[in-house]
Design a binder for this molecule. Structure first.
Ligand code: ATP
Ligand code: GCO
Length: 182
């Protein structure tokens, strides 16, 4: 009897990882370490906010959907540009709602979501200790209120942030598809 081959995973190797989560969840810290581990470029979505968005958050006001759409579209365009050029990228981006992630992923199965999962208490403590950052800790409640955790349909890679950075990176890398079918 012929032996059937091992089933091939249909998941392509990711070309872009969107490291998402509320303010202070560790997107920059973990995202940069992850990019370094993979040998990929890291970009921070905070650098793509128009000045008006940063001014608003600095003044303690949460952003609205309308503040976020152009910002998300600019990030999606940059991800597409990098992939089209044969590159790989890790983007640290809050991407709090499912609709925001739809703009970023736009149906591509080589763009994957990495959710940094942590409690309000843990993140609040880290934000209170953080220096020289425009985001006031007072906006954390609004970040959690806006957060829609990624559902299974989004095939998220979920990592607990209650661990040292290197352990979080190990966890994420261990969940990446190993298929070579890209
Ligand atoms: N695993 C960790 N263990 C301990 N401290 C951490 C860890 N990850 C991040 N931190 C610290 O928590 C704080 C928040 O992390 P970071 O600035 O990377 O978050 P962020 O999600 O990029 O925030 P923001 O979106 O507000 O820019 C920083 O002071 C960082 O050094
Ligand atoms: O969508 C948002 O509300 C913003 O992207 C925020 O999350 C901050 O820019 C970021 O987290 C820096 O603190």
């Amino acid at each position: 009897m012929p032996v059937s081959p091992e089933p091939m995973t249909s998941e392509p190797r990711p070309r872009a990882l969107i490291v998402m989560g509320v303010s202070g969840s560790g997107k920059s810290t973990v995202g940069e370490a992850l990019a370094q581990r993979l040998g990929w470029r890291y970009e921070d979505a905070d650098a793509y906010h128009p000045k008006a968005n940063v001014a608003k958050m600095s003044a303690g006001q949460p952003l609205t959907d309308d503040d976020r759409w152009p910002w998300l579209k600019a990030i999606a365009a940059e991800i597409d540009r990098v992939i089209a050029g044969g590159g790989h990228i890790v983007f640290g981006c809050s991407a709090l709602k499912g609709a925001y992630r739809d703009v970023l992923v736009h149906g591509r199965d080589d763009i994957r979501i990495v959710f940094l999962d942590g409690s309000r208490e843990l993140i609040g403590g880290r934000m209170a200790a953080r220096k020289n950052h425009f985001m006031p800790a007072g906006l954390l409640d609004s970040q959690f209120a806006t957060l829609e955790r990624p559902g299974p349909d989004e095939r998220p890679i979920i990592a607990s942030i209650d661990a040292p950075v290197a352990t979080i990176v190990d966890d994420i890398v261990g969940q990446l598809p190993t298929s070579t079918s890209d």
